[in-house]
Write a protein that binds this ligand. Structure first.
Ligand code: MG
Length: 446
């Protein structure tokens, strides 16, 4: 298993993610950078954040890097800062993972997520333990910067129609889950003229009320407060605030795929161009691209793949169906704060969130997973079987089979010995039928 997973290295803090690991990852990054340059480092609110950040700083200084400590900051704020002020970045976070986790995510000099190639180079150094070690007079300098969050908030305000939003004086309820978004999102909204009601806005790494993953089942309080206060919107973030999910003015959770499609539809009304999503995204995105007469490009799953493809093709919008939206005019990474501000821009034009959500085509999903020993061999057999027929197939990531009335995606997990099967169609029954067909195919190939 790769050292760096889909979102950096993660595990239980002080068990797997130890100070020694943080020192060594930072030394590896410093070695990879040739002991030259400046990195910015931030952390989310997890209990072990100070411990791991201190260790990572020591490692980077030992390798000869200059380090700028940004303190607690959302990952998109660190990325935005790195893009303009540093040569690379480190974020101490386990994003949406449970309380006891922590991890390290590397950030490239342009503020995007570190490339897979870069990560595997750093990983090689990590395992070889052949770290660059600066001479006593070349060990790095440590500085602190207290303006990263302000710089980030201003960046968002500059990239939305702030005037139109301010005029509406929206009422917004936030649930930042005691994570890093607590020190940016409420203040961003206030600067956009909103009346802000906050819950879970204290910085508390024990996450006393809910785990950092903002799933609908833990957002009932948010929904209730939206309803009882007559707010225009409710917004919740994960622990490092690169993702945001929403409830509409009725307190109803907006499905992630619907959110992605809503935003694509809105962006395309103002700026026609390529849009990018992973192969796992809803057919809805294809409908919206078709309606606007633009190209939709599908990538392998993972926001890094979406972001890189957007850069390559100069796309106008992209994102994943998990609340991770990417606005290239702002920065090439998922940004929950920016997503929230953009959504306010949409409703400032005179529609409500529920109305706008209903304006995108509706689809139904069905998914399952099955345990498998030899993922590669099974996937090869599934592929051979599928390619034998005359179905339309996409093998960007896993095997996606298109049908007239839906699709099924068969995809091996990157971290567990399981194959996941996703299906989507215009009706719940059809989606289930397609999912079962996919499952049958995998079972046959075992
Ligand atoms: Mg996250």
């Amino acid at each position: 298993m790769a050292f760096f997973g889909t979102n950096g290295v993660r595990g239980i803090a002080n068990e797997y993610i130890t100070p020694q690991l943080a020192v060594d990852v930072a030394k590896s990054l410093g070695t990879y950078m040739g002991s030259k340059g400046t990195i910015a480092i931030g952390r989310d609110t997890r209990m072990s954040g100070d411990m791991l950040k201190s260790a990572a700083i020591a490692g980077a200084l030992s390798a000869g890097l200059t380090v700028i400590d940004l303190g607690i900051a959302p990952v998109p704020a660190v990325q935005y800062y790195v893009r303009d002020h540093a040569d690379a970045g480190m974020m101490i976070t386990a994003s949406h993972n449970p309380r006891e986790y922590n991890g390290i995510k590397l950030i490239a000099g342009d503020g995007s997520e570190f490339s897979r190639e870069g990560e595997s180079e750093v990983e090689k150094i990590y395992y070889s333990k052949q770290f660059a070690s600066a001479n006593w007079d070349k060990t790095g300098d440590l500085r602190t910067a207290s303006d990263a969050n302000e710089y980030y908030i201003q960046g968002i305000i500059n990239h939305v129609d702030a005037q139109a939003i301010r005029e509406k004086r929206f009422k917004v309820v936030t649930d930042t889950g005691c994570g890093a978004g607590s020190i940016t999102l409420p203040f961003l909204l206030r600067r956009l003229g909103c009346e802000v009601i906050t819950i879970n806005a204290q910085l508390d790494g024990t996450f006393p009320w809910r785990n950092p993953e903002p799933t609908p089942d833990v957002l009932t309080e948010l929904a209730d407060i939206v309803r009882t206060t007559g707010a225009d919107m409710g917004v919740a973030q994960d622990g490092d605030a690169d993702r945001a999910v929403f409830v509409d003015e009725n307190g109803d959770f907006i499905d992630d795929e619907v959110l992605l499609a809503m935003m694509a539809k809105y962006v395309l009304t103002r700026n026609k161009g390529i849009i990018v999503t992973p192969v796992s995204s809803s057919r809805c995105m294809a409908d919206i691209a078709e309606e606007a007469g633009v190209e939709l490009i599908l990538t392998a799953v993972g926001s890094i793949n979406v972001a890189r493809k957007m850069m390559e093709t100069d796309a106008v919008f992209g994102g994943e169906g998990n609340g991770g939206l990417i606005f290239p005019e702002h920065q090439y990474c998922r940004d929950g704060g920016m997503a929230c501000a953009k959504l306010l821009e949409i409703i400032a034009a005179g529609t409500t969130l529920s109305e706008f959500a209903r304006s995108v085509p509706e689809y139904f999903n069905s998914k399952t997973k099955t345990c498998c020993d030899d993922l590669t061999a099974i996937m090869e057999r599934v592929k051979a079987d599928v390619l034998d027929g005359n179905a339309e197939v996409d093998t960007t990531d896993g095997i996606k089979i298109w049908y007239d009335d839906g699709w099924v995606l068969i995809r091996p997990s990157g971290t567990e010995p399981i194959i996941r099967i996703f299906a989507e169609s215009k009706t719940k029954a059809k989606a289930e039928e397609l999912m079962l067909g996919g499952l049958e195919l995998v079972e046959k190939c075992k």
